[in-house]
Design a protein around this ligand. Structure first.
Ligand SMILES: *Cc1c(COP(=O)(O)O)cnc(C)c1O
Length: 384
């Protein structure tokens, strides 16, 4: 099937895929092998060793490239391994401008792993891009955007950041984990690299840990493939299979995540026991206009603060929930609840955390695709 000009829902199922060459298997087989027989040294069928390439991983990488509207996909052993590969494009002395409201593990790898190799990170609020412009200098080599941000649900205007990097050698990478290409396509907006924790919505079933990168440029892809092979943080064939299977239902899952997310955001907003709800679909969300423009819908991630909420208060609520499971992670079919201050964002220093709004009482929901009435009833009893 020629899969270049098909639409998104068709791409999730067919993009970059064709029946397997050996027996015509419609679904790419799990090639659980480390190596491949050669007829003569170098006489192979495109695969020599599974760190360099594996047919199941290739199938996933082709699918990733297709759904993000890119040319080249790369699958890694985790989202952080994918981030690690991007930073390895840089040299000591190079500077990175990153949003200050981001996934805790991303902050941690930047600060604790790469700073000691001489890479300089500046963390700035990116809702207005002025702050980004002010940090740019001749050493700036990468801008790191995560939107919607985690857990504050701020929206960064990707096009506005692209305008700052146009005509420079500064790469723009976007962590598209929360939005997925169903909602937002950073490469089409002009970004250079899209990154995913495919562990979340792409996989969609909380059953594997996988990372992904997608790019359009061949030279950049070659550099990243080299890092992937040389550093070796690849994703295995079974995990590739699971994410590939997840992607086939991405569009129907996302549609329901968005519907349920909207219903729950609106329920929380009218609940007198709730102080504040963070969800980009509200007309009074500070970046609602940008969200409406760059996203197809608003997703299933919501954060909220109970009225008069304290650390203990929030803990009580998350412990009382029954349909929502208290767990790290997000993006699966089941609803999850998290307490950022003690879980996902615990590695961010407290004053930094408070400055970006991650207060002790903040609760984050990953709204799943269950019956929304059951989810609302669960929240109701826990908030009581
Ligand atoms: C989970 C997550 C990551 C890290 O991905 P892993 O697969 O856990 O390594 C990065 N960014 C965001 C937004 C995430 O939610």
């Amino acid at each position: 099937m020629a899969t270049k000009n098909i639409k998104f829902n068709t791409k999730t199922i067919h993009g970059g895929q064709r029946p397997d060459k050996a027996y015509g298997a419609v679904i790419p087989p799990i090639y659980q092998t480390s190596t491949y027989a050669q007829t003569t040294p170098g006489g192979h069928k495109g695969y020599q060793y599974s760190r360099s390439a594996n047919p199941t991983r290739t199938a996933l990488e082709n699918s990733l490239a297709s759904i993000e509207g890119g040319e080249f996909g790369l699958a890694f052993g985790s989202g952080l391994a994918a981030i690690d590969a991007i930073i390895k494009l840089l040299e000591p002395g190079d500077e990175v401008i990153s949003t200050n409201d981001l996934y805790g593990g991303t902050y941690r790898i930047f600060k604790t792993i790469f700073e000691k190799y001489g890479i300089v990170f500046h963390f700035v609020g990116m809702q207005g891009v002025e702050a980004v412009r002010e940090q740019i200098n001749s050493k700036t080599k990468l801008i790191w955007v995560e939107t919607p941000t985690n857990p504050m649900m701020n929206i960064i205007n990707i096009k506005a950041v692209v305008a700052l990097t146009k005509g420079t050698d500064i790469l723009l990478a976007v962590d598209n984990t929360f939005a997925t290409p169903y909602l937002q396509k950073p490469l089409e907006l002009g970004a250079d690299i899209v990154m995913h924790s495919a562990t979340k919505y792409l996989g969609g079933h909380s059953d594997t840990v996988v990372g992904a990168l997608v790019v359009k440029d061949k030279e950049l892809a070659d550099k990243l493939y080299f890092i992937q092979k040389a550093s070796g943080a690849v994703c295995g064939p079974m995990d590739s299979f699971l994410v590939l299977r997840g992607i086939k239902t991405l569009h129907v899952r996302m549609q329901r995540h968005c519907e349920n997310g909207k219903a729950i955001a609106e329920y929380l907003k009218t609940n007198p026991k709730i102080e504040k709800v963070y969800w980009p679909g509200f007309g009074d969300h500070p970046n609602h206009v940008v969200a409406k423009e760059q996203m197809k819908d608003f997703g299933g991630m919501i954060s909220f603060v109970p009225k008069g909420g304290s650390y203990d208060n929030a803990i009580k609520i998350v412990e009382k929930l029954q349909v929502f499971t208290l767990a790290e992670s997000l993006g699966g079919v089941e609803s999850l609840v998290g307490h950022p201050a003690s879980m996902t964002h615990e590695s961010i220093p407290k004053e930094e955390r408070l400055r970006i709004g991650v207060v002790d009482a903040l609760i984050r929901l990953s709204v799943g695709i269950e019956d929304v009435d059951d989810l609302i009833a669960d929240l109701e009893q826990a908030i009581e």
